[in-house]
Design a protein around this ligand. Structure first.
Ligand code: GDD
Length: 317
């Protein structure tokens, strides 16, 4: 049995990753949570994995956990992941994201732990991308446009540096946007789907609030994304970086239109200035060929299906 530690297990990608690992079998799965973590995403498998109390921002807590588990693989998904929060609380975003990873690396290195670590880096790192740079390759300059993006650049570079300096084996996955059921209600597709479901059941006036609809994002279903994370640790080179994306971009307007096309409710769309960002990444459209060459991965779930599943998720709650 391979011993696997999942940070961020109570979150969106973490819980889908555990679903996938359980389905595959052959894994002894450990997850960490803080005392106040919400557990609704993990209740359906809580008796099939081992849950440990750990705060990754605390070096002692992190080292104790790694000593208890001695994992073969770590999927490091825990993070402050919402871009706007990183403007209202930049210190918190930077500290949480950078320190958590540093504590894992330092613990692993001092213990001489032989393990592979998947790092959930982000397409947000590319930030300001010019029209002649799409589809974006891993070699594109990083021009981060938010404190969150800067925190992910730091995580990414630490991955490279700890491999070069100390042979701490990590694979840096630059995940582009991923969506699906259980997605936090602040992220765009989930936010719009939840507003529609709330309007349909009369919980909300028939006005859907939106931000910048011009932005373009490359969306992958979370279930394809977590499968890619596993392949990354199975097949990718240590210290290397890989884009994980579908290679197709949708404008946020198109996401909105597709969701609105699935309801019969009469809904007015209104821009809320509070939803506009100090600087928004205009386009993220990735080139996944390096990852596909290394692993054979292909996304299998069309984004239309993902959006339908998300709307059904919010309707059923
Ligand atoms: N959240 C939100 N709410 N976004 C909106 C809205 C709205 O009402 N209206 C328009 N948008 C636009 C945002 O301005 C942005 O351009 C796009 O929709 C996507 O926003 P998010 O869903 O919040 O995601 P993100 O692209 O900022 O970041 C996500 O993807 C990254 C990978 O590229 C997050 O999951 C990050 O954690 C992840 O690293």
């Amino acid at each position: 049995m391979r011993r696997v530690l999942v940070t961020g297990v109570t979150g969106f990608a973490g819980s889908h990753l555990v679903d996938f690992l359980l389905e595959q079998g052959g894994y002894d799965i450990y997850g960490i949570q803080r005392w106040r973590s919400r557990t609704e995403n993990i209740e359906h498998f809580a008796d099939k994995i081992s849950l440990l109390e750990c705060d990754l921002r605390d070096a002692t807590s992190t080292r104790d956990t790694l000593e208890k588990v001695r994992p073969d693989w770590i999927f490091h998904l825990a993070a402050q992941s919402f871009v706007p929060t990183s403007w209202s609380a930049p210190t918190e975003s930077l500290t949480t994201n950078v320190l958590a990873q540093l504590n894992i690396f330092e613990a692993a290195r001092h213990m001489g732990l032989k393990c592979r670590i998947q790092l959930a880096c982000s397409s947000e790192e590319y930030g300001m991308v010019f029209p002649n740079e799409v589809p974006i390759k891993e070699t594109n300059p990083l021009r981060p446009l938010s404190p969150y993006a800067v925190s992910k650049v730091a995580q990414d570079m630490l991955g490279y540096q700890y491999w070069m300096s100390f042979n701490v084996d990590s694979v840096r996955t630059r995940g582009f946007n991923h969506e699906g059921p259980r997605r936090g209600p602040v992220f765009v597709a989930s936010d719009f789907a939840k507003q529609i479901a709330d309007i349909e059941r009369g919980k909300k006036a028939p006005v859907l609030s939106v931000g910048n609809l011009e932005a373009q994002r490359d969306f992958t279903d979370v279930r394809d994304m977590v499968r890619a994370y596993v392949l990354a640790l199975e097949k990718c080179e240590p210290g290397e970086v890989y884009n994980i994306c579908s290679g197709k971009a949708w404008t946020i307007q198109k996401v909105l239109d597709y969701l609105l096309g699935m309801t019969t409710a009469k809904i007015e769309v209104k821009q809320d200035p509070a939803r506009l960002r100090p600087s928004d990444v205009p386009i993220l459209l990735g080139d996944n060929s390096k990852f596909v060459r290394a692993t054979g991965w292909q996304p299998t779930i069309p984004f239309e299906t993902t959006l339908r599943d998300m709307l059904e998720y919010w309707r059923s709650r």
